[in-house]
Design a protein around this ligand. Sequence first.
Ligand SMILES: O=C(O)CCC(=O)C(=O)O
Ligand SMILES: [Fe+2]
Length: 244
Amino acid sequence: MLLNLKQIGDFKRDGFLILRSFIENKTIDQWRKQFWKQVGGCYSDKSSWSIVSSTNNPKLTPELGSLPKIEAIVEQVGGYNFKGGGCGILTRWPNQDNSWTMPVSGHLDGYPGEGCQAVLMIGITTYLYDVQSRGGSFVFWPGSHIDAYQYFLRHPERIEGTFRDTVEWKEHGWSIFHGPNSQPAEEFIAEAGDIIIWHGWLMHTGSSNNQSTPRIGLFARWTHHDDAGVRKNIPKHLWDYWVV
Ligand SMILES: O=C(O)CCC(=O)C(=O)O
Ligand SMILES: [Fe+2]
C-alpha cells in the first residue's frame, strides 16, 4: 500500500504522517507474545511489570523496519537512498503520580544520547497496545522539520553536533531548533498497529505514562547510504536527498 499524493503532500508540509490500522493484527499478536516471553512478564498481570521494568531490547520478528509495506513506503519517499530499518523498543511503564505535563522540548535523533549516530532521514513508530493521552505517547512538533532544516542551512558545520557548544544552547537547549514553522506539540495517540512516519528532523520526544498500562513503542530508523556526503552537503532544498 503506497502513499497517495495528498499523503505525501501532508508528510512534506507537517513532517509526519499517521496511518491508522496499518500493521496486521496477526503481526501485533506475534510481537506481543514474543515481547512478554522475552521480558518474562504478562500484560494482564500488573504485579509482573515491576520485575521486567529494567529489561531492555527484546527482539521482535519480523522487524518493524523489514515489513514489506513499511519498506515500500520508505522506498517510495527515499528511493534506494536510505538504509536501516530495524526495530528499537522503548517501554514506558506506568507512573501514576498525576504529574503529567506536555514536554516543553524534544530532540533530534542522530546525536550522542539520542537514537542513531548519523543524520536521521526518517523514523517510523508504532505501539504494541493502544495509547491514550498521557499514556506515555510519542510527542512531536508538527512543522519543526522545516525549522531544523533552516537552522542547519544557516549553520551547516553544526550538523556534527556542535550546536551543543553554543551560548544559545546553554540558554535554550533543543528549543534552538524551533522557529516560525513549528506548531504546538502533539501526542501520537493511537491504537496498536497505527503508525506514525516522521521526518528525521522532526522534533520529538517521549512523555511520561500516567495511565495504567505500559506504553510499548517500536521504532525503526533510516539514515542515508552516504551519511558523510549529507553532512558535507546540507540539502539546499529540504527534499534534495528524497524522491518526493
Ligand atoms: O519514547 C518515545 O516516544 C520517544 C523516544 C525517542 O525519542 C527515540 O527513541 O528516539
Ligand atoms: Fe528520539
